[in-house]
Design a protein. Structure first.
Ligand SMILES: Nc1ncnc2c1ncn2[C@@H]1O[C@H](COP(=O)(O)OP(=O)(O)O)[C@@H](O)[C@H]1O
Ligand SMILES: [Mg+2]
Length: 234
């Protein structure tokens, strides 16, 4: 597994979204929102439901194009890349964890974790060996040959975190990763996610509305009505 160097906290941001605007019809989801993350840093994006957290994450990760504003990642401007270039960058540099796993239901948990490697051109054997390593690390080996529909929510999320980490991304975007879990499973997923990110030097953009989850972050950004401000922990 490759590692990335962790810069000091005053280093240049690895990812910097500046003054983003995004409207859906008359709804102004983002109204001058900004977000920056340095290498290896975990930033919690907090705010009430509907405040624009997911939209900010989608724009920062190059999933969605903002109406205005800039998103710079490692010297590149994401908003001017083609769709193909952006999806290639997402596949190689970023990992994603969503609230409900969003695993491929037809594939086993093992195959789900191996999938990002297979899409990157790795052969089945080494990809599945790597997936097995993650299943063991996250203590979900017994889910290996089951489909996501046949394992618990907690196991599903651990598999989803493993899938996000398998390509050793430099930034992990997690949108309410514990939102569907009880507190015990939520804590476990957060511990595994933050530990694995620390081990590999990955940064995390962690969207949550739970203070207990945000406590895993180095820093908080608060979103309210599509605007961001720095949280109390900064
Ligand atoms: N695809 C969409 N179409 C229309 N409105 C949307 C869409 N996505 C988000 N919105 C609206 O934008 C606002 C911010 O949404 P969102 O970013 O999902 O907030 P949060 O993640 O904080 O709950 C909300 O008013 C929401 O209804
Ligand atoms: Mg959301």
């Amino acid at each position: 597994m490759s590692t990335h160097t962790t810069d000091s906290l005053d280093a240049e941001p690895l990812l910097q979204a500046t003054e983003l605007f995004k409207a859906f019809g008359l709804t102004e989801a983002l109204d001058r929102a900004s977000l920056s993350v340095t290498a290896g840093e975990t930033v919690a994006v907090m705010g009430p439901s509907g405040s624009g957290k997911s939209t900010l994450l989608h724009c920062a990760a190059g999933i969605m194009k903002p109406d205005a504003g800039s998103v710079r990642y490692d010297g590149r401007e994401l908003t001017t890349l083609s769709d193909g270039e952006r999806s290639e960058l997402r596949r190689t540099e970023f990992g994603f964890v969503f609230q409900f796993g969003q695993l491929v239901p037809e594939l086993t948990c093992l195959e789900n974790i191996a999938l990002p490697l297979r899409l990157g051109g790795m052969r089945r054997k080494p990809a599945e060996a790597e997936a097995e390593h993650w299943l063991a690390t996250f203590d979900v080996t017994d889910a290996a040959h089951k489909r996501p529909g046949d394992v618990s929510g907690g196991q599903t999320q651990r598999v989803a975190v493993a899938r996000a980490l398998v390509t050793t991304p430099r930034v992990i975007f997690a949108d309410e990763p514990t939102g569907a879990l009880d507190s015990l499973n939520g804590e476990l997923v957060m511990r595994l996610l933050t530990q694995a990110a620390r081990d590999s030097g990955a940064a995390i953009v962690l969207v949550t509305h739970e203070a207990r989850v945000a406590a895993y972050a180095d820093r908080e950004v608060i979103v309210r009505d599509g605007r961001t401000k720095t949280g109390v922990l900064a």
